[in-house]
Design a protein around this ligand. Structure first.
Ligand code: 5GP
Length: 193
């Protein structure tokens, strides 16, 4: 089968481990280009500007939106803005590299509207109990923040049906392997309606 390299969008509920799976892909599968998002939230300890995110001011973010520089963007958990710079994605696909976005559900819906050839992977927890355990266990958010994230996760879990496939994050390496196998499949010319 021939076709262009595929844009794969990884989304799923809060704390399901999207970031960990995407980081695993970045480290172990250099042939897959992984997008670096812009965000208005401050870096967490250990996060490096330009590697994990591009950390920008609210003003800079709004300018990027106004100038059409973002493929999609969203206000996540009502706290900070996150977005995908458009040009690097186009460059990666233009160079024939499979490209991966790890974004929230609102962003995934925007990409589906603007790039219908993209492929959508929903990362699911092995169970709701496991999701709650991961959310609370991460310990980087306070009580109020956790409650906001749990509420978001409930709504997000219900969105699995909107996706092309569901990958269960029972094991980071296994889930990453399955995800990468989807990124490698060229876009068939029949995907569009
Ligand atoms: P965190 O602050 O924990 O790194 O990420 C919080 C949420 O923002 C995660 O659900 C992550 O998927 C989402 N996110 C990260 N980058 C982007 C992006 O570029 N666009 C959108 N829409 N969501 C993003």
């Amino acid at each position: 089968m021939t076709g262009r390299s595929r844009l794969t969008v990884l989304a799923g509920p809060t704390a399901v481990g999207k970031g960990t799976v995407a980081a695993y892909v970045r480290e172990h599968y250099p042939e897959v280009w992984v997008s670096v998002s812009v965000t208005t939230r401050p870096p967490r300890p250990g996060e490096v500007d330009g590697v994990h995110y591009h950390f920008v001011s609210d003003e800079r973010f709004d300018t990027m939106v106004a100038e059409g520089e973002l493929l999609e963007w969203a206000l996540v958990h009502g706290r900070a803005k996150y977005g995908t710079p458009r040009r690097p994605v186009e460059e990666a696909l233009g160079a024939g590299r499979p490209a991966l976005l790890e974004i929230d559900l609102q962003g995934a819906r925007q990409v589906r509207a603007s790039m219908p050839d993209a492929f959508f992977v929903f990362l699911a927890p092995p169970s709701w109990e496991e999701l709650v355990r991961r959310l609370v266990g991460r310990g980087t958010e306070d009580e109020e923040e956790r409650a906001v994230r749990l509420a978001t996760a409930r709504v997000e879990l219900a969105a699995a049906a909107e996706f092309d496939v569901t990958v269960v994050n029972d094991d980071v390496r296994r889930a990453a392997e399955e995800l990468v196998s989807w990124t490698r499949t060229p876009v068939p010319s029949t995907k569009r309606d």
